[in-house]
Write a protein that binds this ligand. Structure first.
Ligand code: FAD
Length: 388
């Protein structure tokens, strides 16, 4: 079988390569960065992603290099108001394990990238290869890179993220949607026992939503979101910390401690956007995967997990169908409904998190507490269960 070409060596691209390798399909990855540097501090791997890592034989390593929160005595990933009262049910770790066979695993991005890379032969990854152009005929795709080199391939997949160059070539001018929110993230050396209980939580304050979770015995990943105009930059890490501390005025002291102990170099800021639903995820012999096809806001912690689901299904379809167009069609049919639901639900949650008026937040919190447990469980079923 001819080698499949993947553009982008992020979570989605690497997982697709693993899926193809395990089906004896040759694969080559072209990545723009000169060295693979995982962006984004930490990540939560939900049961849907963990079940697929299990099928690839990588789940145990993920648990070892990251953490199951229950191993630290945690019983839930809490979603709390500023006073520490529970807002949403449905993130109970024991229930997750019983219903989906896997728990939530937290891991540093570097740890996840490393374990995915180790599952691949070194010679399938080409660094410093930024795709800048694509042409296709009935039987061939020609890709051009910024260094002037070109390759020809029978099938190419763009796993090159939110601002995908591959998507721009096959489906130009697809709009991104700015959420009105920016995010800060960091990994901090921090003894998890200082976090108290719950050991992992997301707290919805008046100006700042702040989440934290251990990803190692002495390593905590935190993320925060706040309202901001698009494209603003922090003047300096000190200014960013001061602003975050001011926005965290109503949050528990552990939040302030985490922000204060964050080293300058660890602080990362990303504006949050998603991708308006695409009508199709492929054109001819070129397909899209992960954020390139259906970037979501991070409110469900599912962008990477959905890229992993894509990778499993697309590898299976590329094995089953020789014609890339057929493989892409069946992959899209299996995946598009769920991916769109995640994008829409995540957007809705994002708009509930940062309500401008105190009375709105009070009513939101009351209504969320009244929400029947069964509704939350139905929602998580739709997210964590694999439907292919
Ligand atoms: P990316 O990770 O963006 O990888 C794309 C790769 O393509 C990169 O390596 C890039 O260098 C390369 N590339 C780009 N352009 C080119 C080009 N022209 N040529 C060659 N290579 C190129 N998801 C979760 O599952 N759980 C979470 O807890 C979670 N938390 C998040 C928190 C925040 C604040 C944010 C913003 C996102 C979060 N996500 C989470 C989402 C997750 O990070 C993304 O959905 C995921 O990284 C998408 O993977 P990908 O492989 O599709 O794209």
């Amino acid at each position: 079988m001819q080698a499949i070409t993947i553009i982008g060596g992020g979570i989605g691209g690497l997982c697709l390569a693993i899926g193809l390798q395990q089906r004896q399909i040759p694969v080559q990855i072209y990545e723009a960065a000169p060295a693979l540097r995982p962006v984004g501090a930490g990540i939560l791997l939900a049961p849907n992603a963990m079940n697929l890592l299990e099928r690839w034989g990588l789940a145990e390593t993920a648990r070892q290099r990251g953490l199951c929160l229950s191993s630290l005595g945690g019983s839930e990933f809490g979603v709390l108001d500023a006073q520490g009262r529970s807002l949403l049910a449905g993130f109970d770790l024991k229930v997750m394990r019983e219903r989906f066979g896997q728990e939530l695993v937290t891991i540093s991005r570097a740890g996840l990238h490393q374990l995915l890379l180790e599952a691949l032969p070194a010679d399938c990854l080409h660094l410093d290869k930024r795709l800048v152009g694509l042409q296709q005929t009935a039987d061939l795709v020609k890709a051009e890179f910024a260094d002037g080199t070109t390759i020809e391939t029978a099938c190419l997949i763009g796993a090159d993220g939110l601002r995908s160059a591959v998507r721009e070539q096959i489906l130009p001018n697809q709009p991104l949607r700015y959420s009105g929110q920016t995010s800060h993230r960091a990994l901090v050396t921090f003894d998890y026992r200082e976090l108290g209980q719950p050991v992992a939580a997301e707290i919805w304050g008046a100006q700042l939503r702040f989440g934290y979770t251990p990803v190692g015995q002495n390593l905590v990943y935190w993320y925060a979101t706040s309202l901001a105009a698009q494209g603003q930059r922090d003047l300096s890490p000190t200014a960013a910390r001061e602003l975050l501390l001011a926005q965290a005025h109503d949050l528990p002291s552990v939040v302030k401690t985490l922000i204060e102990r964050t080293p300058d170099a660890a602080l990362l800021r990303t504006d949050i956007s998603d991708l308006v639903h695409l009508k199709a995820w492929y054109y001819g012999r070129v397909g899209l995967l992960g954020d390139a096809a259906h970037a979501t806001t991070p409110n469900l912690g599912q962008g990477g997990c959905q890229a992993i689901e894509d990778a499993w299904v697309l590898a299976e379809m590329l094995e089953r169908y020789e014609q890339p167009q057929l493989a892409f069609l069946h992959y899209q049919q299996r995946r598009i409904k769920k991916a769109r639901t995640i994008v829409d639900t995540s957007w809705l949650i994002g708009s509930l998190v940062h309500l401008p008026y105190a009375w709105q937040r009070t009513w939101r919190n009351r209504l969320l507490r009244l929400m029947p447990r069964s509704l939350g469980q139905r929602q998580t079923n739709g997210i964590y269960a694999l439907n292919f």
